[in-house]
Design a protein around this ligand. Structure first.
Ligand code: PRX
Length: 634
C-alpha cells in the first residue's frame, strides 16, 4: 500500500498549491491508491447553492475492502486493534487484520440473516469494545447505514435518533463500565424502543455477563447470531455517493441533525488526513482516546487508521480510572507513538499533577494530537513539556462532525509549532475569514467567521431526511461558502487559531450541545415555564452550562428544584448535558420584541456583572438587578 504522507514542509506547500489550483487532479491521484470495483467518471461536481457535492462520480467500491481485505495479502497478522479494558484486571484483547476481517464478515452475515439490506439504517449503542468497531464495519460491509449513538445519551435521546433515522435494528450490549460507573444499556434500549415502531431487531453483546430481558422474536444475543455464520461475506457493491453513515450532532436548533457521510469521499479523505497529520509509519502504534460514538472515533479510530493498515489502541475507559496515571501506563504498555486526546482530558490530568506521569516511560511518543475544542496556552505547554518532554510535535486538529475529517492542523513533525494555533489548512482545504457583511478579509492578524470556499471529499452531503435544513444551516449564511459556526484568527504567516463557536452551540468537554436543545430538556420539567442556557468558561471542561430557569414561582427548596431539573435533563438528553449551575429567577432579560438578551446572561455566567452594557432596551430592566443579586449565591 502506497503511503499518502507528505514528507517535508516544502512538499506540503507544493501539494497545497496543487490542491487549490486543480482539485480534481490532486484528489484523483490520491483516490487511485484505493481499491475500486469501478473507477469514477468524474472527480468532482459541485455547487454550494443546493448544495450538491459529488466526488468520484460513477465510482463503485466498498470501504471495508479498503479497510480490511486489501491488508490481508501482506499484513494479515499485523495487529489492527489492541483493546485495553476499563478495568486493568480484565484481560486485554487484540485483533489482527485477519481476525478483524473474519469477525466483521461473520457479524455482517448475521445481519443479513436478520433481513438487513443495503440502505437500511442500524443504530449502534455500545461500549468502547472491539465489537463496536466490528458492528460499524459489518454495516459498511453489507451497505447498511450505521448511526452510532454515544452510550451516554439517555433513552429519550436514543429514541429521537432512532425515529429520525427510521432505524430497523439496534445493536447494543447488556451494559457498560466507564470508570467507576456503569450503565445498563439494554434496559435503556428497551425503554427507548417503546416509542420506536421501526425497530424489529435488537442484537445484544454479552459484555458484562448481566441478565437481560430478551424479547422473543425481537432480541437476540450477539454470540447466538454469529454462531454458525461463515467467515466470508462478499462486500456489497456501493455507489461512491451512497450513504455510509449518519451521525447526530447538535446545532443552534433544538433538534440534533443527522449528518450524512458517503462512501468514497469519506474514505479518501480520512485515510489521507490520518496518514499526513499523524505521519503514520508501518511499525507505529497509534492511540486516539475518543469514543467511537463521536466523529473523532469514526474517522480516526475506525476508518482512517484501518484504511491505512495501522495498529491502534482501543480504550474502553477514562483517563483517571482507576488512577490518574492510567493514560500514561497504557502509552508505556503498548509503546504508543502517536497519541490523540482532547484538551479537557489534558486539563484534567494537568490538575492531577505531574507526579502521575513520572513512573512511566513515555519515550515512544512522537506526535501528540489535540482535538475537539480550543486548547489554552497552559494546557498546550503542559502537554508539550510534561508529556512530550519537548521532543514531540503537537498537532491541534480542527474539524467538525460535518467536515468528516481534519481540516486545519499541523502535519506531524513537519509544521512549525505555535501554541494554541491549529495551524495551516490541510491540502484541499480553502478556509476564509469573513466579516459581518460576508466579505473575505485578506489582511493578516484578523479575526472573522471561519468559512470554507470549496468542497473537500468528506464534506457532509446532507442532513438525514431534511436536505433543506442542511442548506439553511451550512450554506445560506454566506452565499457560496460552507459556514462552520466557528470564529477564527489568522496570523501574519497564515496560521489559524480557532476562537470558538459564534452560534448557540456550547462545547462541554469537547461535546457539542445546542442551547435550544438543553432549554427544551429543562422545559420538559413540570415546574418550569421557560429557561435560557448559556455557556461559560470552565477550567477543565472548556465550557460549562449555566441555566436560568423561570417557574410558576421561585422554589422554596432550591436544592430539590435543582435536583429535579438535573433529573429531567439526564432523562431527556443524558448526564453529559446537565447544567453545572442553575439559577431560579422570576423572569428572563428580554427585549420588547420578546428576544432573550443572552449577551447579558453570558456576562453574568462569566462573573462579569460590572460590564453588562446597554440594558435600556429591556422590557423589564429590574430582572437584571435580580439576576445580578442572585448570581453571588450560585
Ligand atoms: O467549535 C469547534 C470545536 O468543535 C466543533 C466541532 O465539534 P464536533 O462536530 O463535535 O467535532 C469535534 C471533533 C472534531 C467545532 O466547530 N473544535 C473542534 N476541534 C477544535 C475545535 N475548536 C478549537 N480547536 C480544535 N482543534
Amino acid at each position: 500500500m502506497k503511503s499518502l504522507a507528505i514528507k517535508t514542509f516544502e512538499e506540503y506547500q507544493e501539494r497545497y498549491a496543487q490542491s487549490v489550483a486543480d482539485p480534481s487532479a490532486f484528489w484523483g491521484e490520491i483516490a487511485e491508491t484505493f481499491q475500486w470495483e469501478k473507477s469514477w467518471d468524474k472527480v468532482l461536481e459541485w455547487n454550494f447553492q443546493e448544495p450538491k457535492v459529488q466526488w468520484f462520480k460513477g465510482g463503485q467500491l466498498n470501504i471495508t475492502t479498503n479497510a480490511l481485505d486489501r491488508h490481508l495479502e501482506h499484513n494479515a497478522n499485523k495487529i489492527a486493534f489492541y483493546w485495553e479494558p476499563n478495568d486493568p484486571s480484565t484481560e486485554a484483547r487484540s485483533y489482527t487484520y485477519a481476525q478483524l476481517h473474519t469477525a466483521v464478515c461473520r457479524f455482517a452475515n448475521a445481519l443479513k440473516v436478520k433481513g438487513i439490506k443495503k440502505g437500511d439504517r442500524i443504530c449502534i449503542y455500545m461500549p468502547m469494545i472491539p465489537e463496536l468497531a466490528i458492528a460499524v464495519l459489518a454495516c459498511a460491509r453489507i451497505g447498511a447505514v450505521h448511526s452510532v449513538v454515544f452510550a451516554g445519551f439517555s433513552a429519550n435521546a436514543l429514541a429521537d435518533r432512532i425515529v429520525d433515522a427510521e432505524a430497523t435494528m439496534v445493536i447494543t450490549s447488556d451494559g457498560l463500565n466507564r470508570g467507576a460507573k456503569s450503565m445498563a444499556l439494554k434496559e435503556i434500549v428497551d425503554e427507548a424502543i417503546t416509542t420506536c415502531p421501526s425497530i424489529t431487531n435488537v442484537i445484544v453483546y454479552n459484555c458484562l455477563g448481566w441478565e437481560c430481558n430478551m424479547v422473543s422474536g425481537r432480541d437476540s444475543w450477539w454470540h447466538d447470531a454469529i454462531a454458525h455464520q461463515p467467515e466470508h461475506c462478499t462486500p456489497e457493491l456501493m455507489d461512491v455517493e451512497d450513504p455510509l453513515f449518519i451521525l447526530y450532532t447538535s446545532g443552534s436548533t433544538g433538534k440534533p441533525k443527522g449528518v450524512v457521510h458517503t462512501c468514497g469521499g469519506y474514505m479518501v479523505y480520512t485515510a489521507y488526513t490520518f496518514q499526513n497529520v499523524y505521519q503514520y509509519e508501518a511499525d507505529d502504534i497509534y492511540w486516539c482516546t475518543a469514543d467511537i460514538g463521536w466523529i473523532t472515533g469514526h474517522s480516526y479510530i475506525v476508518y482512517g487508521p484501518l484504511l491505512s493498515g495501522a495498529t491502534s489502541v482501543l480504550f474502553e475507559g477514562i483517563p483517571t480510572y482507576p488512577y490518574a496515571g492510567r493514560f500514561w501506563q497504557i502509552v508505556e504498555k503498548y509503546k504508543v507513538t502517536q497519541f490523540l486526546t482532547a484538551p479537557t482530558a489534558i486539563r484534567s490530568l494537568m490538575a492531577h499533577g505531574t507526579e502521575h506521569l513520572k513512573p512511566y516511560d513515555l519515550s515512544s511518543l512522537k506526535i501528540l494530537g489535540t482535538v475537539g475544542e480550543p486548547i489554552n496556552e497552559e494546557a498546550w505547554q503542559w502537554y508539550y513539556k510534561e508529556v512530550g518532554k519537548e521532543q514531540c510535535a503537537i498537532v491541534d486538529n480542527w474539524w467538525q462532525t460535518e467536515t468528516g475529517g481534519i481540516m486545519i492542523s499541523g502535519i506531524g513533525t513537519l509544521s512549525p509549532l505555535k501554541p494554541t494555533f491549529a495551524g495551516y489548512p490541510l491540502p484541499g482545504i480553502q478556509p476564509v475569514l469573513l466579516n459581518q457583511e460576508g466579505r473575505e478579509i485578506e489582511e493578516p492578524n484578523v479575526e472573522g467567521y471561519l468559512c470554507i470556499k470549496a468542497p473537500w471529499p468528506s464534506i457532509l452531503r446532507t442532513t438525514y431526511g431534511d436536505h433543506e435544513r442542511c442548506r439553511v444551516t451550512y450554506f445560506s449564511h454566506y452565499d457560496g461558502y460552507y459556514f462552520t459556526g466557528d470564529g477564527a484568527k489568522r496570523d501574519e504567516n497564515g496560521m489559524y487559531r480557532i476562537i470558538g463557536r459564534i452560534d448557540d452551540v456550547i462545547n462541554v468537554s469537547g461535546h457539542r450541545f445546542g442551547t435550544a436543545e438543553i432549554e427544551n430538556a429543562i422545559n420538559a420539567n413540570e415546574h418550569v415555564i421557560e429557561s435560557a442556557v448559556v455557556g461559560y468558561p470552565h477550567p477543565v471542561k472548556g465550557q460549562s452550562i449555566y441555566a436560568f430557569v423561570v417557574g410558576e414561582e421561585l422554589p422554596e427548596d432550591e436544592l430539590a428544584a435543582r435536583h429535579s431539573i438535573v433529573e429531567t435533563v439526564s432523562k431527556e438528553i443524558g448526564k453529559i448535558a446537565v447544567p453545572e449551575k442553575i439559577m431560579f429567577v422570576t423572569g428572563l432579560p428580554k427585549t420588547r420584541s420578546g428576544k432573550i438578551m443572552r449577551r447579558i446572561l453570558r456576562k453574568v455566567a462569566e462573573g462579569e456583572t460590572g460590564s453588562l452594557g446597554d440594558t435600556s432596551t429591556l422590557l423589564d430592566p429590574g430582572i437584571v438587578d435580580e439576576i445580578i443579586l442572585k448570581s453571588n449565591t450560585i
